[in-house]
Design a protein around this ligand. Structure first.
Ligand code: SF4
Length: 463
């Protein structure tokens, strides 16, 4: 019975890929009414008593009915992507990672007793061709890289769990050229690659277009002056050129922006979003500057009210521009809170340390001598998962680092997790501890009334 069910699901996945491809290729000329009908077909094909899949398709239908900007977003990628990138996005990301992955993950849960994460973040190298302010990647060499056979094994283990979405970051990912072979080898996985963009010339853009399953996210701090001040003279223009090269070859790409105290007004302006849209970005990811590292400066962090200002701007932009925006901290309500420690993702650094999150630099395991499954079952990860969504459940303040800092302190104290680099533990004590406690109080004060109003309206994740 189980085998038959599996076979049916496999056929459904294949058909789903075709239906989505058909939907996308006909999007530019199709009416919204027809799109609504197609969502019913997609639902029939895909739903396997799966709440998440059901939720995604229902949301899509509502968007089509309301002529939401995301309809134009979908039409944009039907118009602008080359066939290979479009196919990879639909079949590898949407069908394999989102839909099939959800069903495979459930099978894994039935067998192993825990739900695997949805994606992995890997930092295979810390080497970089730039020397940005506040970053110390210069001292890293090729010897510090996570070796290709280990990453290869890790990707195989991830696939076994139903994971088909992998994020890579550095250092600068395009200095680690062997990774391109891995992207090609694991073509049933979709790779989102964070990059400074300076190595994406026309030739590299063509390579990325040929691969299809690689989506570069180019880092910016704002406009030219702010970006160059941190990253070096000329970097903004090179990032813009990289976007032009990717647009010309029909690749799926986006931008990655870190909010700090000095750039809020700039990145939360209409002009900034219009620039990114005009350059052809499909996605923008927002991150917060965090005081992690040896000599942290809390004054570089965006204040709680600046963070809230960005949230409000993003809500406005989502309602009017055809661009996908992810706000790693303020989107807690959409994700059911913190997604770290394997609940939805985990991070593995260049030394192989298995960290709960790309920003939580503590570990108990190393992937060189542990399987992914063993690492996900560590006391450290299980402690964090058992505490999510942490304390008062205000999902607008979801983070164990800056919003609920006592959670990270308890997890480290109770499980003996060790810092993964010199100075990573500075965050637990002294003036940083005091500064983060104050930040946490302020963000709670700002977001509590908003959360009170929102809490009954958000989707409740079943896990
Ligand atoms: S620890 Fe903070 S940054 Fe990391 S996943 Fe959780 S909420 Fe996000």
């Amino acid at each position: 019975m189980r085998a038959i069910k599996k076979r049916i699901n496999k056929i459904k996945s294949r058909v789903a890929g075709e239906v989505f491809s058909l939907m996308l290729s006909s999007l530019p000329g199709i009416s919204n009414e027809r799109l609504v009908k197609l969502t019913y077909l997609a639902e029939w094909i895909l739903t396997r008593d799966d709440l998440v899949v059901h939720k995604v398709v229902t949301e899509l239908r509502n968007y089509f009915k309301g002529n939401h900007p995301s309809v134009e977003f979908a039409k944009r990628f039907a118009r602008s992507l080359n066939p290979k990138c479009r196919k990879a996005l639909v079949e590898t990301f949407l069908v394999s990672a989102v839909f099939k992955g959800a069903s495979q993950a459930k099978d894994y849960e039935d067998k192993e007793g825990f739900l695997p994460p949805w994606f992995l973040v890997l930092s295979p190298t810390m080497r970089c061709n730039l020397n940005c302010l506040g970053c110390s990647t210069r001292r890293y060499t090729k010897d510090d890289d996570l070796a290709i056979p280990i990453i290869d094994r890790l990707l195989d283990e991830a696939r076994e769990m139903g994971i088909h979405f992998i994020v890579t970051q550095g250092g600068e990912m395009f200095v680690y050229e062997e990774m391109l072979d891995l992207y090609k080898k694991h073509r049933d996985m979709y790779f989102q690659v964070y990059t400074n963009g300076t190595l994406i010339d026309k030739k590299m853009a063509r390579t990325i277009a040929r691969l299809g399953n690689v989506a570069p996210m180019i880092s910016l701090e704002g406009f030219r002056e702010t970006t160059d001040k941190r990253r070096g003279k000329g970097v903004f223009d090179k990032a813009m050129q990289a976007m032009d090269n990717l647009k010309e070859t029909g690749c799926f790409f986006g931008a990655s922006v870190t909010q700090a105290r000095n750039n809020t007004d700039e990145i939360a302006s209409d002009e900034f979003f219009e620039l990114l849209l005009g350059k052809g970005c499909f996605v923008v990811w927002f991150f917060q500057f965090l005081p992690i590292g040896k000599d942290p400066d809390l004054n570089l962090m965006a204040t709680p009210s600046q963070r809230y200002q960005l949230r409000e701007k993003i809500m406005q932009i989502r309602a009017k521009l055809p661009i996908f925006i992810g706000d790693f901290w303020n989107d807690g309500p959409f994700m059911g809170g913190c997604i770290a420690a394997g609940r939805r993702y985990l991070h593995i650094n260049n030394k192989g340390d298995v960290e709960p999150c790309a920003f939580v630099h503590f570990a108990v395991d190393n992937i060189k001598n542990k399987s992914l499954k063993e690492a996900l079952n560590s006391d450290f990860f299980r402690f964090l998962r058992s505490r999510q969504p942490y304390n008062n459940g205000n999902l607008l303040a979801p983070c164990m680092i800056i919003d609920q800092p006592e959670v990270l302190r308890q997890a480290v104290a109770q499980t003996g997790a060790h810092p993964t680099h010199e100075g990573a533990d500075v965050i637990l004590d002294g003036f940083v501890k005091q500064g983060l406690d104050e930040y946490a109080q302020q963000i709670a004060k700002i977001t509590a009334p908003v959360w009170e109003d929102l809490k009954d309206k958000v989707f409740k994740w079943p896990f």
